[in-house]
Design a protein around this ligand. Structure first.
Ligand SMILES: CC(C)(COP(=O)(O)OP(=O)(O)OC[C@H]1O[C@@H](n2cnc3c(N)ncnc32)[C@H](O)[C@@H]1OP(=O)(O)O)[C@@H](O)C(=O)NCCC(=O)NCCS
Length: 147
């Protein structure tokens, strides 16, 4: 598996994964995203040097996407991820998020928010070296530092 940077031509694939029902159920914003809003969002992300968006490619197949948003004030990376519906439950999430954390500087502060009940994502966070910190409004907070 490799992580490659996303470019603007990836918008249809990312929109398809974003609007998948399971992805929406596990998102902070469960309503479907419209094409124009999605393109605007992607353009903003790609033009922000603090936001790092990748597609994981395995055997030439795009299998998932992972993002690290750097927050300069707290010097912290917030991670989020989605796996292509047909590649779920095959260890792709664990591998992909592990690869991304390995790309970040040694000792970087990393956090992630997981909806309560999203067992696979909780396991992915732990396997990437993050520990459960607290639960707030049904959101589980994971990080590799004390919050
Ligand atoms: C949640 C999601 C990211 C998991 O990715 P994945 O590649 O399917 O997960 P993996 O195969 O790497 O599995 C990770 C662990 O969770 C377990 N797991 C996988 N699917 C599971 C499920 N539906 N229920 C319970 N456990 C599950 C695996 O057995 C594995 O456990 P292990 O560490 O004990 O071996 C993926 O299903 C997805 O994209 N869902 C929709 C969007 C989403 O939820 N995004 C995350 C928001 S934080």
């Amino acid at each position: 598996m490799i992580l490659r940077k996303v470019n603007m031509e990836d918008w249809p694939l990312l929109l398809e994964w974003r609007n998948d029902i399971e992805t929406r159920n596990n998102s902070h914003h469960p309503e479907p995203v419209a094409e124009e809003d999605h393109k605007r969002w992607l353009n903003t992300v790609l033009n922000n040097p603090n936001r790092h968006l990748y597609i994981a490619v395995d055997d030439n197949e795009p299998v998932g996407t992972v993002r690290a948003d750097f927050e300069p004030h707290t010097q912290t990376y917030e991670l989020s991820w989605t796996i292509s519906p047909q590649f779920r439950g095959k260890g792709v999430g664990k591998k992909m998020v592990g690869l991304l954390v390995a790309l970040l500087a040694t000792g970087a502060k990393v956090r992630a928010e997981v909806k309560k009940g999203n067992i696979a994502s909780a396991k992915i966070a732990e396997s990437a070296g993050l520990s459960f910190q607290k639960e707030e409004n049904n959101i589980l907070h994971y990080s590799n530092y004390m919050e």
